[in-house]
Every structure is written in structure tokens, then in C-alpha cells.
Design a protein around this ligand. Structure first.
Ligand code: VAH
Length: 314
């Protein structure tokens, strides 16, 4: 059985629905600190739990006879800059609890998300390699870099089967993202449909690695299903699909909504975005477990606009 911690988040929601489709609703226990959207809550078992509370997580694992845990709970880049110690505590303690349950053989496999936020201003910005200089300048990035080191340590020292992906900015329509720097690329679609215009909090030429959520979910499940011997990277895999600027994204939206207008008013998140790569080399993921993205910018734009119209009745 699978336990998803942080099942109500931007990734957790769609990961829960996809895994339930795959292995059956009652074989996937969703848990979070608060309830999720209607579709998630109606799709199978749900438990309120605090990811930083070891006893609560251990009780869920024992009570539901869990084999695999997807730890999707985290405080993202922008919010963690406002609450550094809370962000560190949530992102690290939740990981230690799950890694220790795996070390004690109470669960057999772990998925833990990392992020391109592990890279910093001294990292090569274009086609960022799998192994390179990593001097992250955000609390979130520091916690993800430290988390990757712990995952690799628990794999090497205790044989824990933990697997991880450095997600780029993820774009989805079923849930709003929470407190990320790449959230502009989700908000813009909602605003384009609602008001026909959007003011971007990142500048016109800020190029960032991005991915449509369907690709991210497929990559996650594909990595978790790969034979253990193929998963040679036990820190976290670079993963890539698209990279674009707010200007390029606005042009793609204009192809469907010609009167759409974008303006720019960079805020504190500009400095975070400037510290991250513009594009990522994910050749290791392609070699080790056959990764290949499916959504290009126009295909994603069509899916986002159709999805928002459908889900949010715009
Ligand atoms: C954030 N969406 O903005 C997350 C992600 C690469 C970006 O880590 O913090």
C-alpha cells in the first residue's frame, strides 16, 4: 500500500489521483495537515497528519500496512524565505521521519522531491549538469540540497531504496501552487481567462526550467517503477521538459487568447529566480530510466486553458 504525505499540495493532489487510478483507490492513503479539494477527498481514504510528527506518520504506516511513502509535504521557495526556521523544520524533519522508517524496514521504498532550487548563482546556468557546483541561496534550496545528501547517505549506509527528482517549475490546473517562485506560470493562465491580462512578478526575460504536471507525474511513477539497479543516482535526478520566459509564455497564450496582455512588476521573487538555472541537462534520467517529456509549450497551454475552463467553470 502507498502513503502520500502532503497529498493536498500541487503535486500531491495529482499524484494521489494518478496512483489511485493505477493501483486502486483503497491502496493509496492520502494524508495532509488539512483537507484537500473535492476530487481528492472523494477519491479514497484520507488521514489528517502532521508530516513533522514522527508518531503520527509511524501510526499511519503501521495501521495501514504501508509499503511505499511519497513525501510531498514541503514549504516552497518564496514562503520559506518568510519563515526560514519553519521551512527548514518541515522540509528536513519530515524527511528524517520517512528515511528512518525505511532504515527500520517499516517501509520498503521512498519517493522524495527535490528541485532545481538546489542550484545557485555559481551553478552553470544553461544545460545545468547532473553533477555540478551547488551553492543555493534560498532556505528551500538549502533544505533540498541537504535532503539530497541525506537520501544518498541513507541509501549507501543502510540500503534505503529512496528515489528523487529535481522538479523544475510545475504547471497544473487542478490545484493552485503554494508559495513558489514559478507560480506566475500557473496564475497567468487563470488571469488570462478571467481578466484578459496579467502582471508578472518576474521580469520579461527571466528564463526558467518548467514542466506540465502530467509529465512530472509520469516521470515520478516511471522512476518509482524502474528496477532498483537502474536507479544509479540516489541524490536526485535532473529532469527537464521546457524552459521559457514570461514573454514567451504570454506569446503562447496570445495564440489562443489574442487580446491577452502582460505587464511586469518584479518583486522579491526575482532574486530567487535569478539564482536558478535557465535550462537543465537531464540526460542521466533519459539514460537510466528512459525519461522523455511529452508536453511542449503550445500543447501545455491548450491543456491548461481547457482544464481551467472545465474545472473552474471560467
Ligand atoms: C518553487 N515551484 O517555486 C517550486 C519549485 C523550481 C521551483 O521548487 O519554489
Amino acid at each position: 500500500k502507498i502513503l502520500i504525505i502532503g497529498a493536498c499540495g500541487q503535486i500531491g493532489t495529482e499524484l494521489t489521483l494518478a496512483l489511485r487510478q493505477k493501483v486502486g483507490n483503497n491502496n493509496v492513503i492520502a494524508s495532509d495537515i488539512r483537507e484537500g479539494n473535492e476530487e481528492l477527498m472523494a477519491s479514497g481514504p484520507f488521514e489528517i497528519a502532521d508530516a513533522t510528527n514522527f508518531e503520527q506518520i509511524q501510526d499511519l504506516v503501521m495501521h495501514h500496512e504501508i509499503d511505499e511513502v511519497y513525501l510531498m509535504a514541503a514549504m516552497l521557495s518564496a514562503t520559506a524565505e518568510k519563515f526560514p526556521m519553519k521551512g527548514w523544520a518541515l522540509n528536513m524533519n519530515s524527511l528524517f521521519h520517512v528515511l528512518n522508517l525505511a532504515k527500520d524496514k517499516k517501509i520498503s521504498k521512498v519517493f522524495w522531491p527535490s528541485s532545481i532550487a538546489v542550484f545557485g548563482p555559481t551553478t552553470p546556468k544553461h544545460d545545468t549538469p547532473q553533477t555540478t557546483i551547488m551553492e543555493p541561496t534560498t532556505v528551500y534550496g538549502i533544505s533540498k540540497q541537504a535532503g539530497e545528501r541525506w537520501c544518498e547517505y541513507y541509501h549507501r549506509k543502510f540500503g534505503v531504496d529512496v528515489r528523487s527528482i529535481r522538479y523544475p517549475g510545475l504547471i497544473s490546473y487542478k490545484t493552485l501552487p503554494g508559495g513558489g517562485t514559478t507560480d506566475y506560470a500557473v496564475e497567468i493562465y487563470h488571469e488570462a481567462l478571467k481578466n484578459g491580462k496579467y502582471t508578472s512578478f518576474l521580469s520579461k526575460e527571466t528564463e526558467l526550467p518548467m514542466m506540465f504536471m502530467d509529465d512530472a507525474i509520469r516521470a515520478t511513477i516511471s522512476l518509482m517503477e524502474a528496477p532498483a539497479e537502474n536507479v544509479k543516482v540516489r541524490s536526485s535526478y535532473n529532469l527537464s521538459a521546457l524552459n521559457f520566459t514570461p514573454d514567451t509564455l504570454a506569446e503562447a497564450i496570445k495564440k489562443e487568447i489574442p487580446e491577452f496582455e502582460i505587464s511586469y512588476n518584479p518583486d522579491f521573487r526575482q532574486a530567487i529566480a535569478d539564482s536558478w538555472p535557465s535550462s537543465i541537462d537531464d540526460s542521466r534520467a533519459r539514460e537510466d530510466w528512459g525519461w522523455k517529456h511529452e508536453f511542449d509549450l503550445q500543447k501545455m497551454t491548450t491543456r491548461m486553458l481547457d482544464g481551467i475552463r472545465e474545472v473552474h467553470q471560467v
